[in-house]
Design a protein around this ligand. Sequence first.
Ligand SMILES: *Cc1c(COP(=O)(O)O)cnc(C)c1O
Length: 370
Amino acid sequence: MTYQFVPQYVKDITPYPPGKPIEEVERELGIKNSVKIASNENPLGTSPRAIRAIQKALRTLNRYPDGSAFYLKKTLSAIHRMPPESFIIGNGSNELIELIIRTFIQPGGEAVISDPSFLIYSITVKAAGGKSAVVRLRDDYSYDIKAIIGAITRRTRLIFISNPNNPTGTIINKKDYAWLLRKLPPHVIVVDDAAYREFVRSSDYPDGIDYLRDTNRNLIVLRTFSKLYGLAGLRIGYGVTTTELAGYIERVRQPFNVNTLAQTAALAALGDSVFVKKTLANNQAGLDYLYGALERLNIPFLRTQANFFLVRVAPFLSARQAFEALLKHGVIVRDMTSYGLSDFIRINVGTPAENRKFIREFSAILKTKL
Ligand SMILES: *Cc1c(COP(=O)(O)O)cnc(C)c1O
């Protein structure tokens, strides 16, 4: 059947490439104990405080979740010194991306996205019947803010910035950020996806929430509990914006979009400074180790402000070949071909043992290619 009633823009979507479950990959290849450094997850697990809170909350699962996320918003409000009404909570920040697009883009509406950047933006814009104007990153992988402003038309509603950018790990600096906001026409909103914000070490990083605190701006900052707090499987993230824009997005969401366990865990995780410290220390030590080891192997890579980075596997291997060879050696990495980067794989920092395993197996694979 041709299903002519399915819109062409839905048929045209290239689905987000899903990874197979680790257990399935291991069964197929006959291997065990493989390590996954492909999805920028927290290698140390989940905040123990969050786990204890979840265990308690299991007793309340007969009740609907708190649809207003009252306590979480109250705590976030105190942390960020923004009114509770300026927060929106989502079933992962990915749901917020979808809600924002549904709220502000109608069929025919446009978003400006950069390339390479997070694939979800353009997929979700397409699914809403919108169009994306694609702006290449500059040669140094920074955002081309002049080209972004230049790509705005009468129909543009959203500009997506991933800061730090997935998959390059690069940030937009303070000067460029301020310039972008200054040049923004009143019919356009910047969505600043700061999923990796906590990992940033650069002093030239603009924290979007600082730009919201004193002035009303067409800016939505997204944060997540998936990475730093190790809650990717539970699905919870939040957005901060003006109370007016937050109010519009609130109208579009389902009343119980964020489940009880996710809310409880997020609240507990915010208070887990021990786990946060451990995670950040592991990330920095892991980056130092991986950078050093790759330099010794003469393999180029991009320095990152996040918990993942790009490794150039060409000319020895294509991204696909590197992915497949590493998989057979029990290391799961991200093949960047779907991002248009067929010379690169993306890895995230693992535990020290996982990092060593990656370097060991990768060197072994390279040796057979030299
Ligand atoms: C991982 C990631 C997120 C987090 O998404 P959740 O839905 O909160 O898990 C958001 N944006 C980018 C760019 C990411 O890489």
